[in-house]
Design a protein around this ligand. Structure first.
Ligand code: KG4
Ligand code: ZN
Length: 333
């Protein structure tokens, strides 16, 4: 069976195709709209929806070309329907539903976070070996900071998350205070890696949420960074770098401590980290024994959605969604 998956939950228009007979990823296209959001310093939901309208058909066409397939050769359409920006999700769900309806094919809806959770299994499409269950899996992105216990593709539960901002959002807001462009996470990572010393990382002791609380919080950190920076008269590049390096430590330390704390209690569980922030080189350095998917599978993509649909189909648990299906901005886990 050939599954075409779509993801438009945030500001990337994503399409991917998997073949469940050969277990190959045939196409994977991401058209990002992050640059369009630069002028606003963050995502504007209405602009994201309009960009998806233009870019999603292009992403789907490019994906079919990459796979060497015609639309009529697709057997099933899968799409993320929650959680995310409601207008953005609506574009993807309506597009996938319309293709399936017009072509008389199956249509299924999937949880975007389930996609991120099982992205380590994407390595199997490339002949690689995924970590064995059970896992403690942390999803850290621009919209999420969520810890799950994962036992199988259908058996996973939420252990805790952020009470306010997401980790990626904290990176982006710190970057905005420092005058960096959106999204600032990758730039802070590169900048600190290229030039920071231990002294830079330890110069400011920004507040960190306590891992024993079971939750994360980044809004106090953001205020503290803003106050510290405002007090600096004519900050030098070195001052800005020290703020970025110290803030990066304060964002990452609670994530690392929470994961290690969970693993100390259940040492048989492997650690998995995914989502855009999982691309961070300092986080990878702090967790040498954790499994991080390849960066292209950490940030938003539709291969992870196609993967979930394929895994469910393999277990005969892929459910065809009704034509009345609508997206949901939020999800209770
Ligand atoms: O998963 P993602 O592509 O999209 C969603 O938010 O769903 O994650 C994007 C987030 C942004 O906040 C971005 O700044 C952050 O991930 N990010 C990083 C890095 N690469 C992306 N944060 C820190 N270090 C990075 N290398
Ligand atoms: Zn995501």
């Amino acid at each position: 069976m050939k599954i075409l998956a779509i993801d438009t939950s945030c500001d990337d228009s994503c399409a991917a195709i998997v073949d469940t007979t050969t277990w190959k990823l045939l196409g994977n296209q991401v058209i990002t709209h992050a640059q369009k959001m630069e002028a606003w310093g963050g995502i504007v939901p209405e602009i994201a929806s309009r960009e998806h309208l233009k870019a999603l058909p292009i992403a789907v066409r490019q994906c079919l070309e990459e796979a060497g397939l015609r639309l009529g050769e697709i057997d099933h359409f899968a799409v993320s329907h929650r959680p995310g920006l409601i207008g953005a999700l609506l574009v993807g769900v309506t597009y996938a539903k319309s293709l399936a309806f017009a072509l008389g094919k199956g249509f299924s809806v999937h949880d975007h976070l389930q996609g991120h959770l099982f992205s380590p299994l994407l390595t199997e499409f490339e002949g690689g070996k995924a970590p064995a269950f059970p896992w403690f899996a942390l999803i850290v992105s621009g919209g999420h900071t969520e810890l799950f216990e994962v036992k199988s593709i259908t058996d996973f539960h939420w252990l805790g998350g952020t009470l306010d901002d997401a980790a990626g959002e904290a990176f982006d807001k710190v970057g905005k205070i420092l005058g960096l462009s959106y999204p600032a996470g990758p730039e802070i990572d590169r900048w600190v890696k290229a030039s920071a010393t231990h002294a830079d990382r330890a110069r400011f002791d920004f507040p960190r949420s306590k891992p024993e609380s079971g939750y994360f919080s980044f809004s106090g950190l953001k205020t503290s960074v803003a106050n510290t920076f405002a007090k600096m008269k004519a900050p030098s590049d070195q001052d800005r770098l020290s703020v970025a390096a110290s803030a990066q430590e304060a964002i990452l330390d609670p994530l690392v401590e929470r994961l290690l704390r969970a693993q100390r209690k259940q040492p048989g569980h492997q650690l998995v980290v995914t989502g855009g922030v999982a691309c961070n080189s300092r986080l990878r350095e702090k967790l040498p024994n954790a499994y991080f998917p390849a960066p292209r599978y950490c940030s938003d993509n539709a291969a992870m959605v196609a993967n979930v649909a394929a895994l469910l189909q393999r277990e005969r648990k892929l459910e065809i969604a009704p034509w009345t299906t609508t997206p949901f901005a939020h999800t209770e886990y």
